[in-house]
Design a protein. Structure first.
Length: 430
């Protein structure tokens, strides 16, 4: 049983517990059945053993120390705070390999691959760099300043490959990331350290534009023919990542698998491993109860990934109950703007398409969910009821109220079935 999430039945009834948000919900008897979906994770090996083994036996590549030999400097692409990558655990092993190849600490630069997210704070940089904070330079990527960007080519999709100038100028490029299901790129990790990680806003917007995201192949868990993924891959190959380290992590952030070496080959091995752990087929429920968990519960923009993850599984008439702390509030007026004052879903889609900006991607993905015919009941202590209403969701005071409302929506037919799915974005839906 997970320390964070649990479901149990006893003489007093059936109860769902969420230790992250501090929630205890008694599940009413009015349901035909309840399914708790939170895949059991294997016990992780000691992280040092996993990381060390991966770097000693890279996939489709020489060892990093061999690649570093004769190089004057190195840049390491690291993820921002919203990704919860085990960077601080991986970094000492990467630095040891670079040192063995002759690259000194003062010639290493960590670039926080923020894409268009906010820059990492000093405290977040300390967490990312771990013991190397103050010893190795670290800075945020800036996707907006043309003086800090350079164009190096164009993809077959017509995207201008406009990337961080310092990253492009480094003699050796290493990326550290995490592999998990991604709502329209198929999976995170690998090539995503480059696009969106260190790309310009223009390059990111082009990759995330409506016609790419609305492609039926641009869904969670799929790489085959996925235009978003393929454009990212071409961009990353145009730059050239010399060595990639990707982790598959458990809910607490501990590595379950580490895949290092050639960017594409190592990434695909990690994807295969992730499928073996979290591949699942959903179906049969009428009501879904979801929450994003850490670190996505930082704001509504990130939390929406828990909702969007269900798009392939829901059917017309289903109800999704969504809750999240959203400690920083909404954090994306771009996501909200197309919904505010819109008279219909068609009006939202029209505005998103005609006035597209990068953080309208989640507005677009929410529209894809609504097009499946599912309704959403939502609550958060840091997002107002009016904001949820603007997003065409039904606001609720608490989870018990939300579940009662959902059951009433299904009162005219057979008794509904409930699926409780903490962190559904971690699943690979088959």
């Amino acid at each position: 049983m997970s320390a964070e999430y649990g479901f149990e039945k006893n003489a007093g009834g059936a109860f769902y517990r969420d230790g992250v948000e501090g929630v205890l919900l008694r599940v009413p008897d009015a349901l035909a059945g309840v399914e708790f979906i939170y895949p059991e994770e294997p016990e992780p090996e000691e992280s040092g053993v996993l990381i060390g083994r991966a770097l000693e036996t890279p996939i489709g590549s020489l060892r990093l120390s061999e690649l570093a030999a004769g190089k004057k400097d190195a840049v390491i692409l690291v993820s921002d705070a919203t990704r919860a990558v085990a960077t601080a655990a991986v970094l000492p092993y990467v630095m040891k390999e670079l040192a063995a190849g002759g690259i000194a600490e003062e010639n290493v630069l960590l670039v926080v691959a923020t894409g268009v997210h906010r820059g990492a704070t000093e405290e977040e940089m300390k967490e990312i760099a771990g013991g190397y904070y103050g010893r190795v330079r670290i800075e945020n990527h800036d996707p907006y300043d043309p003086e800090k960007l350079v164009t190096i080519g164009r993809t077959s999709f017509g995207n201008s490959v406009e990337l961080n100038k310092k990253v492009c100028g480094a003699a050796l490029r290493v990326s550290i990331g995490k592999i998990e299901a991604h709502e329209f790129a198929g999976f995170s990790g690998g090539r995503k350290s480059v696009l969106p990680g260190v790309a310009s806003e223009r390059c990111i917007v082009y990759n995330h534009r409506p016609e790419m995201i609305l492609d039926p192949r641009a869904v969670s868990g799929n790489l085959d023919g996925n235009p978003v993924h393929l454009d990212m891959l071409e961009t990353a190959k145009a730059l050239g990542i010399d060595f990639c380290v990707n982790t598959v992590q458990n809910a607490k952030g501990a590595p379950l698998g580490v895949f290092a070496g050639d960017m594409e080959a190592a990434h695909l091995k990690g994807v295969e491993f992730l499928r073996s752990l979290f591949g699942i087929k959903l179906g049969g429920a009428d009501i879904y109860l979801v929450t994003p968990g850490l670190p996505l519960n930082i704001d509504l923009y990130q939390s929406m990934k828990a909702l969007i993850a269900l798009t392939p599984a829901v059917k017309r008439g289903d109800t999704i109950i969504f809750y999240s702390r959203c400690s920083e509030g909404i954090n994306s007026e771009d996501m909200m703007s197309s919904f505010r004052g819109a008279a219909s879903l068609e009006g939202v889609l029209k505005d998103v398409t005609e006035n597209y900006r990068i953080q309208k991607d989640h507005a677009l993905l929410l529209c894809k969910l609504y097009q499946k015919g599912a309704g959403v009941i939502a609550l958060s202590p840091n997002v107002g009821a009016a904001d949820f209403s603007a997003l065409m969701m039904t606001p609720a005071k608490n989870l018990a109220d939300a579940l009662e409302t959902a059951i009433q929506r299904h009162s005219s037919g057979k008794r509904p079935r409930l699926a409780i799915i903490p962190m559904p974005q971690r699943l690979v839906l088959n």
